[in-house]
Design a protein around this ligand. Sequence first.
Ligand SMILES: NC(=O)c1ccc[n+]([C@@H]2O[C@H](COP(=O)([O-])OP(=O)(O)OC[C@H]3O[C@@H](n4cnc5c(N)ncnc54)[C@H](OP(=O)(O)O)[C@@H]3O)[C@@H](O)[C@H]2O)c1
Length: 331
Amino acid sequence: MRPLGLLAPVGQFSQRALDVALDRSVVLGYTSIGPRVRRTLWPADPTPGCLQGKRVVVTGATSGIGEAIARQLLELGATVHLLGRNAQKVADYARDLREQVANSEVVEEVCDVSDLDAVRAWAGDLSGRIEVLHGLVHNAGTMTTRREESAQGHELGLAAHVLGPHLMTRILRDRLLAAPGTVVWMSSGGMYGARLHADDADDIEYRRGQYDGVQAYARTKRMQVVMAQVWADALLGTGVQSVSMHPGWVRTPGVSEHLPTFDKVVGPLLREPDDGADTAVWLVAKRPPSHPPYFWHDRAQRPTTFGWQRAEDVTGRDRLRDYVAAATDAP
Ligand SMILES: NC(=O)c1ccc[n+]([C@@H]2O[C@H](COP(=O)([O-])OP(=O)(O)OC[C@H]3O[C@@H](n4cnc5c(N)ncnc54)[C@H](OP(=O)(O)O)[C@@H]3O)[C@@H](O)[C@H]2O)c1
């Protein structure tokens, strides 16, 4: 026994080195190769049935990764509030999920998360229907080629990825505290290419210069990482966890529609939605200890900047937080 015990730290070191090497290579880590290799190394799966009696909201659950998250949560026994903006799609996906997972409890929810009035009305209504919320997965995502605005006149990606989710978290806060629950912000590896420094914080609504849809998307995905940390700091000591993550490169309708060239080039190596969903479900089910900057991928915490990038700028973060609070009227 003893020699093996002595070798264990060496094994753990090389596993960690392999995991980090996959992450830094980007292509190997983000594609289907990542979970295939890591599956043999990563922490244990959630115990079957561990979410019996637990309630989780999944936004953007009518496609790709969101649908897979909802299904996996149902398989673990959770009651899943399946949220989409299109009532017919929500009804269709709910029916499919009920057929796929025996005895599943799916609650259909309709809300456009980019519309702050709709979020206020829906989240207020949900608060009256439930006492405890164990998980809130902010998965809904969108990308546009030209600058579009939400019902309240905010840049659409900012509204859907940052403002709506923040307001929803604020209104459901007491229900999350009662659990205590886990809030997951589904960001993107694309956020590594976007900054949020004080100068960017002057133009949170992306009004200046030529609009670049991919860059605008990446910026709001960076903002999600920042907001997850803002929330984690605010909830410190309450038991509620706020974390962000990225799913890798996943074969979904969203990728084929918004990134057709990328879809074609990386196509055969893209992950399946179940692999993209895995870490979100694992975070809700296992609630692992999480430390700043609370950013996860493939069941491990990851840095939010790499060596050649400037570190996160506290002024940029504070300005985003204050802007979001003012825009949503929800400090
Ligand atoms: N796939 C990837 O490789 C990848 C990589 C990095 C990050 N992500 C992130 O993962 C998440 C899911 O992506 P996906 O690839 O599964 O995308 P997807 O197939 O396009 O699904 C997006 C989902 O979000 C919903 N949605 C969009 N805007 C909404 C709004 N305003 N209100 C409510 N629901 C809304 C969509 O509803 P409709 O069906 O009505 O359009 C759909 O259910 C996104 O946040 C995305 O940024 C994906």
